[in-house]
Design a protein around this ligand. Structure first.
Ligand code: 13P
Length: 340
C-alpha cells in the first residue's frame, strides 16, 4: 500500500498544538442538544449551527481537523461554498463519521455493537469526492461488574479493525474510537480494567487486519470513575489513563485524541492537561471533543443569529484552553480570558 497520502493527512492532523473538533452528531443526538436550548432540529438550524462552528474566527490556530456528519458534508455555507471546502481553505482537514450507530449485540444482554461495514468502501469513495480525508467509527462499551462481555469486546474490536482496513484501502485515515462509557457507579479501577481489555483486543484485531498503525489515530475515553460516584482528581485520571495506554497502544501510533464522554468542558481540559504534564510519551496526546468544545458555544447561541459572534468566541476559547492542555500548560486562571 502506498501510504504517502495517508501520512500527509496524519501529519496535518497531529500538528502542534492542535486537536480535533467533533461535530458529527447523528440526527437524534443533535436533536437532544438543540432541545436543551429550545431549538428545533431542522435542516436549516443544523446548517446554521455547523456553519457557526466551522467558520469561527481563530479556529485554525487550535483545530487541525473537524469530524462532520454525512448531512453536513453535503451542505454549503451561505455563500454557496461546500463546508468541506470552507475547512480546507482554512487549513483544517475535513473528516466524516462513517459508522451507522449501535444496536443490541445478539446473545449478549446489555452489550452493543456498531454497524456500518456493508458498502463502506463505496460510501467512502463518495465522501472522498465531497472532500473528506479521514473517518471515524465509534464502538461503545457499557460497564458493570459483568459488562462488557468477552463477546462484545471481541466483536467490536473486529468491526473497528475491519473499518480501519477499509478506510486505509480507500485513502482515508481511520480514527478508531472505542468508548468505555462513563454511565454507572463503577470505580476508576474497574474502568481501567475494562479499558485495558478493550484496547488490547482492538490492537490485536488491527494487527490481524494488517492495518498500518502509523496511519491511524486512536480516540479513546479517559480512565474515569462512573458518573454516579465521586469524581477523581486530574492527577489520578492522568495516571490511570496513561498506565492503560502505555500497556496497550504501540508506539507506532502517531496520535491519541481523547473524547470528552460526559466530562464538563473544564474537567475535560484539566484532565488532558494533567495527562500531558506526566511527560513526553510515544504519541501526541490531544483532544477530539464534541460536547466539551461545543457546550458553551451552544449555550451562547440559543438559535439566535445575533449571538453567532459570542458563540464563536466561546468555541475558540475552549479550543484554545485545550490546545494549552495538549502542551501541559493550562491553568484554570486562563478561563477568564473567555470572551476576549
Ligand atoms: P464527546 O466529546 O461529546 O464525547 O464526543 C466525541 C465523539 O465524537 C463521540 O463519538
Amino acid at each position: 500500500m502506498d501510504t504517502t497520502e495517508l501520512q500527509r493527512t496524519v501529519a496535518a492532523m497531529v500538528r502542534a498544538p492542535k486537536g480535533l473538533l467533533a461535530a458529527d452528531e447523528s440526527p437524534p443526538t443533535i436533536a437532544k442538544r438543540f432541545a436543551s436550548i429550545g431549538v428545533e432540529s431542522t435542516e436549516a438550524h443544523r446548517r446554521a449551527w455547523r456553519q457557526l462552528l466551522l467558520t469561527a474566527p481563530g479556529l485554525p490556530e487550535t483545530v487541525s481537523g473537524v469530524i462532520l456528519y454525512e448531512e453536513t458534508l453535503g451542505q454549503q455555507a451561505d455563500d454557496g461554498t461546500p463546508f468541506a471546502r470552507v475547512l480546507e481553505e482554512r487549513g483544517i482537514v475535513p473528516g466524516i463519521k462513517v459508522d451507522l450507530g449501535k444496536v443490541a449485540l445478539a446473545n449478549a444482554p446489555g452489550d452493543e455493537i456498531t454497524e456500518g461495514l456493508d458498502g463502506l468502501a463505496k460510501r467512502l469513495q463518495r465522501y472522498r469526492e465531497q472532500g473528506a480525508r479521514f473517518a471515524k467509527w465509534r464502538a461503545v462499551y457499557n460497564v458493570s461488574p459483568t459488562l462488557p462481555s468477552r463477546l462484545a469486546v471481541k466483536e467490536n474490536a473486529h468491526a473497528l479493525a475491519r473499518y480501519a482496513a477499509i478506510c486505509q484501502d480507500e485513502g482515508f485515515v481511520p480514527i478508531v474510537e472505542p468508548e468505555v462509557l462513563i454511565d454507572g457507579d463503577h470505580t476508576i479501577e474497574r474502568c481501567s480494567e475494562v479499558s485495558e481489555q478493550v484496547l488490547h483486543a482492538v490492537f490485536h484485531a488491527l494487527h490481524r487486519q494488517r492495518v498500518v498503525l502509523e496511519c491511524l489515530l486512536l480516540k479513546p475515553s479517559m480512565v474515569l470513575p462512573g458518573k454516579h460516584g465521586a469524581k477523581a482528581p486530574p492527577t489520578e485520571v492522568a495516571q490511570h489513563t496513561l498506565a492503560v495506554l502505555r500497556r496497550t497502544v504501540p508506539a507506532a501510533v502517531p496520535g491519541i485524541f481523547f473524547l470528552s464522554g460526559g466530562q464538563t468542558p473544564e474537567e475535560a481540559t484539566a484532565n488532558l492537561d494533567a495527562i500531558n504534564r506526566l511527560g513526553a510519551q510515544p504519541w501526541v496526546l490531544s483532544f477530539s471533543y464534541a460536547r466539551a468544545l461545543q457546550a458553551p458555544a451552544l449555550d451562547a447561541w440559543r438559535g439566535d443569529p445575533a449571538n453567532v459572534a459570542a458563540a464563536q468566541r466561546a468555541l475558540a476559547h475552549r479550543a484554545r484552553m485545550n490546545a494549552r492542555a495538549r502542551e501541559g500548560r493550562y491553568e484554570s486562571a486562563m478561563e477568564s480570558e473567555a470572551g476576549r
